[in-house]
Design a protein around this ligand. Structure first.
Ligand SMILES: [Zn+2]
Length: 704
């Protein structure tokens, strides 16, 4: 699952999460073995006619009732295996079926629920999802962006809106989906396609079968006029389901799927678990949802060639593919344990970035994750990663679950070592394949595979809120040839390894120390005066920190450290002339961008004009921001010219915002023209309209 954050989630007030109710994992009387879901869907009336047969085994004893989740539709009757009607009550989303005689422990029964609904439209807000999230079953009308179609979103508790179910992740079942829709539609569900009937009365019936068990939130159904593109990863069939208008652009988003699957097969040491992997685009979501063997992706993931530099889909494709192991093969028992799925998928993005684009891009990817978490920690709240206080499942899907969890996995990998970490992950996936798990299962798997008792690590990073806050300083004593690095932990004390790197004129040192107390002094033999003392070489630690350094050392670091160190040195140096040089010359885009940011208002117009021509669109965007802040009307012709010639939508949008910030009336014509330009997520149009507002506000003020 990867949903784009909405503005509401970025509110700056501190959020009281401790007053949320304390939740525990749901218990159950039955183990559900199989759902046979038969649906007939009618778009005109937004209606469904359903018949779901549920086969289950009693876990309790002498059971006189069976309770299922069932919302949005009306239950017409319930039958037992012999087609005898069973009494039932259906209220407040619970369908309680009476069983007579009582069902004994271990006994298998089956019930068939007949149900129907018209004008189906689930109010997602009522279930803790953002407005516009089409929870459950949804009938989409045709728009400029999408054809008419039907889709489900079962995450997190949407399954119960299209079939009666035990709708909680601690149960896994197999499934058949048998769907009747208009004959010109293609239908996708989990598992393998068993059959498609000949058209009768303008309709066809599609029969899909998912023969390995999975939780209900991963059940999916999409029906519409799709074009299906075929590909493969070794023996694994791959399909990309797209709208007809998107066919020419589709492979730009999906072409790396075989490589991504092959990479994860190797990385996780467990072959892709499902019989096929389909990806399908739908309206109404950003990001994607990792239904088993059939991921749904927001339609905006398909883009033209120009958008590739700013909106590549490969990270999203990798994230959802990683879920096919993390979340789908092995699933969390309860919503408070979602990190077992999302952190691993988010870490999968990082691993794939490193594999495909190298260490520098991967380092920037990881830094982005750390900063995303730190912003949430500063502006909203901190909580343990496994946290049992929540009202709605979706509250567990925040930056602690995704980004913090991913950085924690990277630290775990550092502590265990690459090979033991990977072997522990393979062992965990193999041992718990097709089972629900919790964090203790992961700790045990690590113990079994590596011999390491890593409970302390989980205690401080998973079961406790926060992160290390550090003050670092050092002294070098010439006569003794000693370097003493002092580390003060000003918040909770963390136990962690940290690597100290030292550059001197004639050699480089690198040594690992363990921090275990509030105050530590780390000693190294260093004969010459250090040019650079690097704390946390390798950039593993999730931390807030200060490290006072001389300007001389920072200038050296700006030129000689890794990408993360160079970015940090730029931000520490601020408007030093060396930073301007870095903005022009550094070999890596994110360092050039960080240098322009660090210079802020002190960046010269000359430098910003040069940077507006940088080869990387993110650097150009930053340059336009700087140019806007100058409020210099003489720059308007230059910015307008760059707007016309830039091939990046994001850089173009920033050029327009710069024109808005300068607010010269002469920009109006271009801005009006730009407000109608088609672009991904309307970035260009939105920027133009914002800039026009700035111009008209200035107009209003001058008229007052
Ligand atoms: Zn996800």
């Amino acid at each position: 699952m990867k949903l784009l954050l909405l503005a509401a989630a970025l509110a700056t007030q501190q959020v009281d999460i401790h007053s949320r109710p304390l939740r525990e994992e749901r218990g159950r009387d039955f183990d559900i073995l199989h759902y046979r879901i038969e649906l007939s869907l009618e778009e005109e009336s937004r209606s469904l006619l359903g018949e779901t047969t549920i086969r289950m085994v009693a876990l309790g004893d002498q059971l006189t009732t069976c309770t299922l989740d069932a919302e949005t539709f009306t239950v017409d009757r319930v039958l037992d295996r012999a087609s005898r009607p069973l009494p039932f009550t259906h209220r407040d989303g619970r369908l309680t079926i009476e069983l007579d005689p009582p069902v004994l422990h271990g006994e298998e029964i089956a019930v068939t629920v007949h149900y129907s609904g018209t004008n189906i439209d689930v109010d997602a807000d009522r279930y803790g999802m953002s407005e516009g999230y089409d929870l459950g079953l949804d009938f989409k009308i045709e728009t400029d962006e999408n054809p008419q179609l039907i889709n489900t979103l079962s995450f997190p508790e949407g399954a119960r809106h299209w079939f009666p179910s035990y709708d909680h992740p601690n149960d896994r079942a197999t499934q058949e989906t048998i769907v009747t829709v208009r004959a010109d539609y293609e239908v996708l569900s989990n598992g393998r396609l068993v059959s498609v009937s000949e058209p009768t009365d303008g309709k066809r019936t599609w029969h899909w079968s998912q023969e390995l068990p999975h939780p209900t939130y991963l059940f999916v159904l999409v029906a519409g006029p799709y074009v299906v593109l075929t590909d493969s990863a070794g023996d694994l069939p791959l399909h990309y389901w797209v709208y007809e208008k998107d066919v020419d652009d589709a492979m730009r988003s999906f072409e790396r799927t075989p490589e991504i699957i092959a990479f994860f097969n190797e990385e996780y040491g467990y072959d892709f678990p499902w019989v096929k992997y389909d990806q399908i685009t739908i309206p109404g979501i950003g990001g994607g949802a990792e239904s088993t063997g059939a991921t749904v992706l927001g339609e905006s993931t398909i883009h033209n060639a120009r958008a590739e530099q700013d909106f590549p889909s490969h990270g999203l494709v990798a994230h959802e593919a990683a879920h096919q192991w993390w979340g789908n093969l092995v699933s969390y028992r309860d919503w408070s344990e979602t990190w077992l799925s999302e952190s691993f998928a988010t870490y999968g993005e990082y691993l794939y970035t490193r594999h495909a684009l190298g260490e520098d891009e991967a380092a920037v990817n990881l830094l982005g994750k750390k900063n995303a978490y730190l912003r949430e920690a500063r502006e909203r709240y901190t909580r343990p990663v496994v946290f049992k206080r929540w009202t709605y499942p979706n509250e567990n899907f925040d930056r602690h679950t995704y980004q913090k969890g991913a950085t924690i996995l990277n630290m775990l990998r550092r502590i265990l070592g690459d090979a033991p970490f990977r072997s522990a992950m393979t062992h965990f996936l193999t041992k718990h394949a097709f089972q629900p798990v919790d964090t203790h299962d992961l700790i045990d798997a690590i113990k079994e595979a590596t011999g390491e008792n890593i409970e302390w690590f989980f205690e401080q990073w998973i079961y406790r809120a926060g992160h290390p806050v550090l003050d670092v300083s050092y002294q070098w004593s010439k006569p003794a040839g000693r370097l003493s690095v002092r580390v003060r932990q000003t918040g909770d004390v963390y136990r962690t390894p940290v690597q100290i790197g030292v550059h001197t004129p004639s050699r480089r040192y690198s040594e690992t120390f363990w921090l275990e107390s509030a105050n530590a002094t780390l000693e190294l033999d260093v004969a010459e005066k250090p040019l650079l003392v690097r704390f946390d070489e390798g950039n593993y630690l999730l931390k807030e920190w200060t490290f006072e350094k001389s300007t001389e050392e920072l200038v050296y670091q700006l030129e000689n450290d890794d990408v993360i160190g160079r970015m940090w040195a730029a931000s520490e140096l601020g408007d030093h002339p060396a930073v301007a040089e870095t903005a022009r010359r550094d070999r890596f885009w994110s360092v050039r961008r960080a240098a322009i940011e660090a210079l802020g208002e002190k960046a010269s117009v000359e430098l910003l004009r040069e940077a507006a021509l940088d080869e990387n669109s993110k650097v150009r965007a930053e340059a336009f921001r700087g140019l806007g802040e100058t409020k210099n009307t003489e720059l308007v012709p230059f910015i307008e010219e760059r707007f016309r010639r830039d091939d990046s939508y994001v850089a173009q949008a920033e050029a327009l915002r710069a024109l808005g910030a300068i607010a010269d009336p002469s920009s109006k014509t271009l801005l009006e023209e730009a407000s109608g330009i088609d672009s991904p997520r309307d970035v260009v149009g939105r920027a133009a309209r914002w800039a026009l507002d700035e111009l008209s506000e200035l107009d209003d003020r001058s008229n007052e």
